[in-house]
Ligand binder design. Structure first.
Ligand code: CFM
Length: 544
């Protein structure tokens, strides 16, 4: 199929030039800094431009700050009423569009299917919407009596200056038994949804984490940070953790509840999955409560095994370590069986991954397991540390956009802080090669000469496919049909195309089968790409 038809051998430099050719010079210069040809530099990682504004006029794959706050971080929390203060479109957009699943639990308290909105009208924009917001909070309280109500600002709210925080404080004081707090997450606030993650996490940390309540009982208590239960990933991870005897106190925020956040301070280790959306919370949990953190990844069977072993090594208990090995051995039977059957069909195929802020890296594990090569990749809204590794954080430029996002000052809690391990214990682990507080970026995992592109846009995506013709393109719904019309299958790695889970061992097996089906389907060869039928459409002006 696609790879077989490749006629010309392009060098990465040619491809980069071709991507930039159509742009006006100023745009080309700016985009050039976000398109990196990977090269192994001695002891250093090449630098990429990331987390900067998309150039106006370019059709970006990014979402807005409100999406990152309301949809990504707070979306999966079932027993908090999430009220959107704004026009109805913003609420409708965020209404169950992300495939984060939940288990309504014994109480059945689940507000996720609802769409709560103040439905602002022209007159509210002119005269102010605070009264309407108050009434909405009151109505939600009267109807449901939830433990928490969250309020989200949309663009017009920031522009007209409604004080959503004052309203929330007033209502919280009035109710006495309902925690009401708000997020200044106007869509325009940052350069992408990444700013919304930060705004959401800061408020959850300030208003909710450590406020008490009944924590789950059990041994080896962890928090799972940056796991959002897309397509049931979190259910699979919880199944595996349970088999190992590890207690997951709080997931931030897949399948989460108010009480999970409130008792997150009771865990003894934070495991960070999607570091892009939450790494700063891991730091704050450590500073305030003394909980160390490690990077883990449950995407890929090998990566899952490695992450479980890392958790076992941290607790250092032989019974746990043995149980983890038993679980890995028994789960790997199926994984190996399926791989033996499928790998001969997937081996050598090529993929491109352009997804949010961490999946473009994490999913490379699954493709490696299938013997497939990731030939180009990049994030929609990653920061330089997601590409180059955590060590670059101190050198990151603070610009007007990043300054816009609050950095909260956290100190050790006078009552709740307790170091989980002594300095000597931590050092002993580190001496054995155990890594705390670190993650490598995707650049070191990519081959030399591959293209790493930040904030890829529609034009560049189509050009890339046209030139390189991968066997598979991974992105989201906005890209799906334009790429498939070019004769290349697209796997959605945001929503999983209604499939999943893809995390853990069961997830790896699901993924292998899905990818085998996609890259070996004959249907794509019947699709003629526009450039194959009409190589170039040209026209001239009649007066020329
Ligand atoms: Fe983290 Fe995510 Fe991602 Fe993300 Fe997202 Fe998502 Fe994503 Mo879509 S939190 S950065 S803002 S792993 S919704 S579950 S798939 S872009 S790569």
């Amino acid at each position: 199929m696609a790879t077989k038809n490749k006629l010309v051998q392009w060098t990465p430099t040619d491809v980069k030039e071709e991507l930039l050719k159509k742009y006006p010079p100023k745009v080309a210069r700016k985009r050039a800094q976000s398109i990196l040809i990977n090269e192994a530099l001695e002891n250093t990682t090449p630098e990429i431009q990331a987390n900067v504004r998309t150039i106006p006029g370019i059709i970006t794959m990014r979402g807005c700050t409100y999406a990152g706050c309301k949809g990504v971080i707070m979306g999966p929390t079932r027993d908090i009423v999430n009220i959107v203060h704004g026009p109805i479109g913003c609420s409708f957009y965020a209404w169950l569009t992300r495939r984060n699943q939940t288990d309504a639990g014994a109480t059945g308290e689940n507000y996720m299917p609802y769409c709560f909105s103040t439905d602002m009208q022209d007159s509210d924009i002119i005269f102010g919407g605070e009264k309407k917001l108050k009434a909405a909070i009151q109505e939600a309280y009267d109807l449901f009596h939830p433990k928490g109500i969250c309020v989200f600002a949309t663009c017009p709210v920031g522009l007209i200056g409604d004080d959503i925080h004052a309203v929330s404080r007033e209502m919280k004081a009035k109710f006495g038994d309902c925690n009401v707090f708000a997020f200044s997450c106007e869509g325009y606030k940052g350069v992408s949804q990444s700013a919304g993650h930060h705004i959401a996490n800061n408020q959850v940390f300030k208003h909710l984490v450590g406020t008490g309540g009944e924590a789950k009982e059990g041994e080896y208590k962890i928090n799972l940070l940056g796991e959002y239960n897309i397509g049931g990933d979190g259910f699979e991870i919880d199944r595996v953790l349970k088999l190992c005897g590890i207690t997951n106190i709080a997931t931030f925020s897949g399948n989460s509840t108010y009480d999970q956040f409130a008792t997150a301070n009771k865990a003894d280790l934070s495991c960070v999955m999607c570091h892009r959306s939450i790494n700063y919370v891991a730091d704050m949990l450590e500073t305030k409560y003394g909980i160390p953190w490690i990077k883990i990844n449950f995407i890929g069977a090998e990566a899952t095994a490695k992450s479980l072993r890392k958790i076992g090594q941290y607790f250092g208990d032989k019974a746990l370590i043995d149980r983890i090995e038993e679980v890995i051995a028994s789960e790997m039977v199926k994984v190996k069986e399926v791989l033996t059957e499928l790998k001969p069909r997937t081996e050598g195929k090529t993929a491109m991954l352009f997804v949010g802020g961490s999946r473009a890296h994490h999913y490379m594990e699954l493709f490696n397991e299938l013997g497939m090569k990731t030939v180009s990749t990049g994030y929609e809204f990653g920061h330089r540390d997601d590409y180059e590794g955590r060590q670059v954080i101190p050198d990151l430029k603070v610009d007007a956009d990043s300054r816009n996002i609050e950095e909260i000052e956290v100190e050790a809690d006078p009552e709740l802080y307790s170091p989980r391990k002594s300095a000597e214990e931590l050092k002993a682990l580190e001496e054995k090669g155990f890594e705390f507080k670190d993650y490598k970026g995707l650049i070191p995992d990519m081959d030399k000469g591959t293209l790493i592109i930040d904030d890829l846009n529609q034009y560049e995506a189509e050009k890339l496919v046209e030139i390189i013709k991968p066997d598979l393109f991974c992105a989201g719904i906005k890209e799906k049909y334009s790429i498939q019309k070019l004769g290349i299958p697209l796997k959605q790695l945001h929503s999983y195309d209604y499939g999943g889970p893809y995390a853990g061992f069961v997830g790896a097996v699901n993924f292998y089968k899905e990818i085998d089906r996609l890259v070996n389907s004959k249907v794509w060869s019947y699709m003629k790409a526009p450039w194959q039928e009409n190589p170039e459409l040209s026209a001239t002006y009649v007066w020329e």
